[in-house]
Design a protein. Sequence first.
Lengths: 254, 176, 441
Amino acid sequence: MRKRPGLAGLQAAAANRDQFRSLGEDVAKARTDLMKEQLSVFRTQLEEFARKHKNDIRKNPAFRAQFHAMCQKIGVDPLASNKGFWAELLGIGDFYYELGVQIVDVCLATRPHNGGLMDLEELRGHLMKRRRVSREAITEDDCIRAISKLKALGSGFEIFTVGNRRLVRSVPTELNKDHNQIIEAAQSEGYVTAEDIVNRFSWRRGRVVDALETLMKDGLVMVDDGHPDGKRRYWFPCVNTMDVDPDESAGTAT
Amino acid sequence: MEQFKMPYFYNYPPYFTLQPVKDTREKQIQLWKELILKYCKHYKVFVINLDEDFPLFVNSAIERKLSHEARELFLGALIAEGKAEWLDKAHRKCLILWRSVTDWANLILEFVKEYGFEEGVMTLEEIRTGDETRGTDLAGIDKTVLVRALKILEQKGKAAMFKGTAADDEGVKFSA
Amino acid sequence: MDKIWPGILKPVQLTGAGRPVLHPSEIECQLVDAVEMQLEAGVTLPPFRNTLVILTTHRIIYVDENAKSAGSITLGSVCRTFPPKKSFKSIFACPKMRIQLWSKKGSVVEDAASASESGITVVMIFRGQTSPDAFVTKLGEVLEAKAWEADLKNSRVGSENSLDGGDAKTSTSRLGPANNFASTPQVRKLNPAMAGVAGILRKEKEQLDLADKNLQEAFSDLNALMSKAKEMVNLAERMRIKLLAAPSQQTSTADEEEVGKQDIQELLLSVGIVSPVTKESAGALYHQQLARQLADFVKIPLQKSGGMLAMVDAYCLFNRARGTELISPEDLLQACSIWGTIDVQVAMRRFDSGVLVIQSKSHSDEEVSMRLEILVKQPEAMRQGITASDAARALGLAPALAKEHLLAAEMRGQLCRDDGADGLRFFLNILIDLDVSTAFQ
């Protein structure tokens, strides 16, 4: 450029830039929206096929590999068998095995957050999300049956009841009666303080601290020292209905 | 009184937790039995009351103390060996026999001979807190233990207990 | 198989657990064991007895499990096959199958075009219990499908594609309209001076519409999807790349249909087993082959988790990698129990607590015990003990599994516990070695 641009030229260039930028943004947004829509169609179709044509897909190893590749690339869970009559009646078929694998999957993924202890209802929510296409609801009973099929893999994966909740344990943690009672006490607020437990069960303080420390060591409890009353709060991710979704959990915590 | 010197493992935290593994627990029980006897002997403690805190069972330096289960287990082990006895039905008070009743009886006999009480008369209270026994092992002896030791001497014909005027005024006549 | 027949069989690499290493898109189709291989008159090379034969979409692989060697015939070099004769006489003899190969100057060549003769014939004698029928049928199918040819073509297309940067115009002709799915390079070509917003959007829309149509066609029925499978895999791949490249939108609602970036990343974490061992392909060899495949598979998860993996976790990871070919917990355990009888570097273990784990053989109790000993003898640990988390850090294990090791060491009398207000801690077991008669001096 030989000639220096004048003020007017600069302004025009700036205006152009703005215009281009907003144009670019519009296009990008439109493209993203369309792509998302298409991706969603793709996913829905794949899930549908996984469910309907599973046996045919399995019969053809070469196609099966390609089908898996599609599922994996766009994040579709190929495990989506319908419960069906026989599964319902006799617990046979792939449904419960598939559900079992998905259950372990969810537990593995959420373990850093909840220490391997998870509310059955929350687990069910995660599973429903994964199987978004098959409209068949997954019941708690389904989860219980699926987990019972995992028993052969050694102790450590089981469902137990604390108060009016059922919790799924995916790591071999030894919880004694004290721990269970504390978890039960935490259900109303999502947390307890040592004082709460001392008052509620008339335990010695040492016993309470002992149990809480054990829970903390196992990663089942998170400590909150930030409350104005200065009392340490022990939060239990496993009884908090908070989702792993950050937006929702922020809402629950208040 | 000189302070009791705790063995070094007294500051080892696991010493205060009941060990779940059999071999380790058996060794732990042995070590506690021995420590209880030695400690009680040093401070002339005859009775451990489980309803009260007993200093030996609490180690504030490492913030550990024995659980009730452990206390009862260790005392139970001493009882099984005849080195302790429950004093009450509720099993709250435990008599620690860091010296056997027979040994106590012999000790009394030695004292009697040494101090020339062969034909003498003493009240039980004199034996426990009197000037005569001051500085000897007999000073501060538990009354239950004393009565039982004297009974042994009675059986051997070397002593005879008698009641005084007041209920707590009992005496003994030696005939060594 | 001490010496692979030179010029006839190609050497094949075996995994640590003794399974052949397959090409990226090669799929295992059928297995048959106890096969003897001979060469027909003219060539004098010693026969191979008792080999395991694995038919894939690309090769026939012969594995000698004892000698831990393997060789293969590329399916492209197969000229003719002569299936076993079905006659009254053959009932009493072992079935034989002859495979004639393209060759040139006495060496097998990979395709008919470069061959000058078909002078080499391999004879397979099926000496096992299993009928060779499934093998013969499957061989016919894979020869028909010619997967190796498609692979060659694709690799050519793939390399050109990467050269021209995936330009829509050129690739359309080759890969079909699926490739019209808007690709990144076009964004840079947009010239706002030449096209209005509406124009650009219209163009984008057209391309997306094409992809839409293609999707619809592909998913109209299973056969359509099978024939368009490759394109759909490519489409999926492009979508994935774009989605991962797109900035994550914080504002987006947590809509059920929303495609989460996280979903995709999570599923990608699983290591895919392209060719899972199945009951159908392996028949009676199922558990044994499964054991080998599992041994190969757990190697990486084991490395990541410090040499030990909870059985439940292994079950999930393995099945995830197998896609739709799920195995049951019982099959998994059976496969693990076979490990004791074959030469692999992993083992199953049951702790006293009932916890089942897979551990690598290098992760021995002696080594763990040694490392724990060092850990608990540190001055700090002698005063305060160690927790499961401390042990987990030192052993590179999950705390729950580290705790199993601590409990096992406690059982051995190596450690003792402190269950005070600080929670469960483990110490060197000095108590066990104390002598009551001297300890108080």
